[in-house]
Write a protein that binds this ligand. Structure first.
Ligand code: ASP
Length: 325
């Protein structure tokens, strides 16, 4: 059976075990490893997971598995939603808490992960400040690795939940224009979204201070705009990104105030986009910098919806990986 036919045959047993369907990869390192049918299967399964979660069903998809959370960088949404997703699928969850682990005594990443493996952990969701850390972990241990965000490189589950949120709001995505605005250079969210939304047929526009969009002109399929207005004009959706001060973003702009004046989103600027064009932000926001509080709370803001979809998408991801060898 081919990958395509396997991935599109979408069915769940009564206790939530995907039947006749799995991703072919053993790990989820970034979205560029997924075929179009695998992306479609994930989004479909996430919708089903969302409904089953709303009905408060407890699934047994991962009964007997132990999932480790190893977040070497701060996280609220990703960590909590993976924990809830794993629990809702019947897995046992252990949170490594690197700041309270032997990592503080100098233990290497691989030694720590191998220790987890020996305790019976089967899958680790890894977040790390070093781009590529999940790839190293996938090669250097017997664990299944899910990338929960590596440096400025990739954040695959964020892109999948953004795609689901956009599909909820816009229906069909092919040909739709999305403006991704802000600190693109330091953003793993932007990189994974450029791949995924492009693969789903969206037209991706980028806009931000010159220092943060510099290398993206060469990326296939993206349009880089020099002004915010140009990028927003007739956009079907808009995604704002957080200014990543912890990754040295401050060096690319004079001050946050100046960033806000030139690139910050507000309701007036959003009028350039299509009527009611949805607004996304992966969170957390720098309050009042990337967007005004009024816009964050406006009906077109899907920031809360993104968080809710995050749990369903992570349930789908863990389920689809569990079938792969
Ligand atoms: N939460 C997202 C991430 O971990 C976005 C951000 O932090 O700005 O990449």
């Amino acid at each position: 059976m081919t990958t395509a036919t396997r991935a599109t045959r979408h069915r769940l047993s009564a206790d939530g075990v995907p039947v006749g369907q799995a991703w072919t990869g053993r790990h989820l390192l970034d979205v560029d490893q997924l075929t179009p049918p695998e992306i479609a299967a994930c989004l479909e399964l996430a919708v089903e997971m969302r409904e089953r979660r709303e009905r408060r069903e407890r699934l047994q998809t991962l009964a007997g598995e132990t999932i480790g959370l190893a977040f070497y960088e701060a996280s609220t949404r990703t960590r909590v939603s993976f924990e809830l997703a794993a629990g809702a699928l019947g897995a046992t969850v252990v949170d490594l808490r690197p700041d309270a682990s032997s990592a503080t005594k100098g233990e290497s990443l691989l030694d720590t992960l191998r220790t987890l493996e020996r305790t019976g952990v089967t899958t680790v969701v890894l977040r790390h400040r070093a781009a590529g850390a999940p790839y190293l972990a996938a090669r250097g241990t017997g664990l299944r690795i899910v990338n929960g965000g590596d440096g400025a490189h990739a954040h695959p589950t964020q892109a999948l939940l953004d795609a689901l949120t956009l599909r909820d709001a816009l229906g069909e995505l092919p040909g739709r224009k999305i403006a991704i605005v802000g600190d693109i250079g330091h953003s793993r969210v932007a990189r994974s979204n450029i791949h995924l939304l492009g693969a789903l047929g969206m037209r991706v526009r980028l806009a931000g201070p010159a220092a943060w969009v510099r290398d993206f002109e060469r990326w296939p399929g993206v349009e880089v705009h020099r002004t915010l207005d140009e990028a927003l004009r007739d956009a079907d959706a808009v995604m704002a990104l957080r200014v990543q001060l912890e990754r040295g973003a401050g060096g690319g702009i004079p001050t946050l105030g100046e960033y806000r004046r030139r690139w910050g989103l507000n309701e007036e600027r959003m009028r350039l986009a299509r009527l009611d064009a949805p607004l996304l932000h992966p969170g957390p926001t720098n309050e009042g910098v990337e967007l005004t509080a009024a816009l964050a709370g406006a009906p077109r803001s899907l920031i809360g919806r993104q968080v809710t979809n995050g749990v369903a998408v992570r349930m789908a991801v863990l389920s689809l990986l569990s079938g792969a060898t």
